[in-house]
Design a protein around this ligand. Structure first.
Ligand code: SAH
Length: 275
């Protein structure tokens, strides 16, 4: 008797779970709810293991950060051939000589940035777009600047495709920040600079957080967390890290002299839009 009841309970549970799965698949197929699509992406276990082992076992404690890290499909931000390694405890190459940081560093920078819903957040160094997507899980006000046109173009397309179309991506020099969108509650720089770019300090709100790796290229760097208090940057936390350098692009060409050439330049000139 007991066995039979167990058996029918199991059957009912199976029918319910199949129905739920069918519903989720239908919604995913219809493009309804990024979450349902994510749950079926085949990497859910790897992603949750990453959160538990690499983040919670270390010092990532902010629940919203843990949820965000468990939601963003990191494997979609790395080259397809590396998807199976996307949730490993290491950085990965993303092309053009750049790298996506290890999950722990992304989570730590996000935790240090203390992003609240509605906060205005600037990221410098879009790269793959992964850090921007994690930020977009926490606030709908994210701006991200990338120096390399091809990376900026690809990241913007990928973010849109994955439902993070509200992230504003621009190709440009992050040393200058994004003055039109300032001031920001938090600024995250994901490439190492020798010192804090003054434009970024100027674009930070009172009480705003700046997270940035500092140090000369090729030498040990320190990830810093500052807070803007009464016009001064207060140092609050630091950690030894290694990032790619924040590159200073060549200065824009001097204004044309009194006799500019009459003929238009062939093909897209240096001032052509990057994407
Ligand atoms: N946050 C990225 C990884 C960043 S790697 C991610 O989640 O994938 C650092 C990025 O900073 C690289 O893509 C590099 O091209 C970019 N970068 C370097 N110098 C820059 C500058 N001056 N302005 C904007 N981006 C810059």
């Amino acid at each position: 008797m007991r066995l039979r009841i167990n058996h029918s309970v199991k059957r009912i549970m199976r029918i319910i779970s199949l129905t739920l799965l069918g519903g989720a698949m239908m919604l995913a197929g219809l493009g309804v709810g990024a979450g349902s699509a994510r749950a079926l992406d085949g990497f859910e276990d790897a992603r949750q293991a990453m959160v538990a082992r690499q983040l919670q076992r270390r010092d990532i404690t902010a629940p919203r950060v843990l949820i965000a890290m468990g939601a963003v499909p990191r494997h979609r931000f790395v080259p397809e051939a590396m998807a199976s390694r996307a949730y490993g405890d290491h950085p990965l190459p993303i092309g053009e000589g750049q790298t996506i940081s290890q999950p722990y560093i992304v989570a730590l920078m996000t935790q240090w940035a203390e992003v609240q819903p509605g906060d205005r957040v600037l990221e410098v160094g879009t790269g793959s777009g992964y850090q921007a997507a994690v930020l977009a899980e926490l606030t709908d006000q994210v701006w991200s600047i990338e120096l390399l046109p091809e990376l900026a173009r690809r990241a913007a397309a990928r973010l849109k495709e994955l439902g993070y179309g509200r992230v504003r991506v621009r190709c440009g020099d992050g040393y200058r920040g994004w003055p039109e969108a300032a001031p920001f509650d938090a600024i995250l720089v994901t490439a190492a600079a020798p010192r804090v770019p003054p434009a970024l300090t100027a674009q930070l709100k009172e009480g705003g957080r700046l997270v940035i790796p500092l140090g000369p290229p090729g030498e040990p760097q320190t990830l810093m967390r500052y807070r803007q208090v009464q016009g001064k940057l207060l140092e609050e936390a630091s950690l030894a890290v290694r990032f790619v350098p924040l590159v200073r692009p060549p200065a824009p060409k001097a204004a044309p002299g009194p006799d500019p050439p009459e003929a238009p330049e062939p093909g897209p000139g240096p001032g052509a839009p990057a994407r």
